[in-house]
Design a protein around this ligand. Structure first.
Ligand SMILES: Cc1cc2nc3c(=O)[nH]c(=O)nc-3n(C[C@H](O)[C@H](O)[C@H](O)COP(=O)(O)O)c2cc1C
Length: 337
């Protein structure tokens, strides 16, 4: 019998969304969920002027997602990721954008498992952190189950034992990246079947997961679940992750405590030249579905983008929200008695 595989709940890599500020914020809500960076291309890391790998130590566990397909470049970047202290390096085999296709990486690599395998072999020879792959279930006309298993077989043979599979195919021509996240149907059974066929691989499912009950359901079949858009629009969904899936503490921060916990961070970021909006923009959905949630969102978007927005942005927004909640309660008491 092989060892039981650890379960993983993760937040998906999302370009322009899961930057270091977003991840710092999400970490206030769950201590254990694995957080992925946005995809960073090997070109940006090797030739770019900025520091594309900078992150906050508080973000751990955090995985760097790389976009690239040249084994030498990928290995150089994996070595850098390890130096920076990332917990994992993940290869993007799921993005269908034209720009990414032109660079010969992302989802089009599903047609080139040998290239991905060559990257994995070379990267693993250089680093000790896990090298993992995020893929689709297929692309274009290469969308039969046996196409998927061939991809997994070849890449797993190179030493990769952890896969995240977005349970829908991608059309490389004709659909935008956004459409490619909604139009092709979700086929969870394909991913379940994969786990049955490769029980020793750690396989996470991604795509369309909206609740922790969904997560629990998928975990009956799989080792992990990755959530993307739902976490971004409703981040407090992560609040019960530690308790439900990691035997963590039953009590996590309230939404208001999360806001308070962000204040020193915003102050520190402002002192380094960042605008409060670059942090606050990720927090718009914190009170989603709560009384006053829309007021919070509106206050932040109207005031956060002003040139003179300062440290008080978040605490003022919280005050406005709490006041609205208080008034709503008072009104309710008066009307209902
Ligand atoms: C704004 C946005 C940016 C994304 N950027 C990336 C990316 O950089 N790398 C990647 O592998 N997937 C990216 N994705 C896809 C997500 O990681 C995920 O696979 C997809 O959203 C499906 O999961 P969900 O239904 O839980 O959102 C992005 C998705 C969104 C919405």
């Amino acid at each position: 019998m092989s060892e039981p595989i650890n379960r993983t709940i993760s937040v998906a890599p999302m370009l322009d969304w899961t930057d270091k500020h977003c991840r710092y914020f999400l970490r206030q809500i769950s201590q254990h969920a694995l957080l992925y960076t946005e995809m960073v291309t090997t070109g940006a890391i090797i030739f770019g002027k900025g520091d594309y790998l900078a992150y906050n130590q508080e973000e751990h566990p955090v995985a760097l997602q790389l976009g690239g397909s040249d084994p030498t470049d990928m290995t150089r970047c994996a070595a850098k990721a390890q130096q920076y202290g990332y917990d994992e390096v993940n290869i993007n085999v799921g993005c269908p954008s034209d720009r990414v296709q032109n660079g010969r990486f992302g989802a089009c690599l599903m047609a080139e498992p040998e290239t991905v395998a060559a990257c994995v072999t070379s990267m693993q020879a250089e680093v000790d952190i896990p090298v993992t792959v995020k893929s689709r279930i297929g692309i274009d006309d290469m969308d039969e189950y046996h196409d998927l298993t061939r991809f997994i077989e070849v890449v797993a043979a190179s030493g990769c034992d952890t896969f995240v599979v977005h349970a829908r195919k991608a059309w490389l021509k004709g659909l935008s990246p956004k459409q490619n996240r909604d139009v092709p149907p979700l086929m969870y059974d394909r991913v379940y079947q994969l786990k049955q066929q490769f029980p020793d691989l750690h396989i996470s499912l991604n795509g369309g997961v909206k609740t922790l009950d969904d997560v629990e359901h998928h975990l009956n079949h799989l080792d992990g679940v990755m959530i993307g858009r739902e976490v971004y629009s409703n981040p407090y969904i992560l609040a019960e992750v530690d308790q439900r899936f990691y035997n963590g503490q039953a009590s996590c921060k309230t939404r208001a405590e999360v806001v308070m916990a962000m204040l020193p961070y915003v102050e520190q970021q402002i002192s380094q030249g960042a605008r409060p909006w670059s942090v606050a923009r990720h927090m718009l959905g914190l009170f989603q579905g709560q009384p006053g949630g829309r007021i919070w969102r509106r206050y932040l978007s109207q005031n956060g983008t002003k040139a003179n927005a300062g440290l008080e942005l978040l605490s003022d927004a919280l005050e406005v929200l709490l006041e609205a909640q208080h008034k709503a309660k008072q009104f309710q008491n008066e009307v209902i008695g």
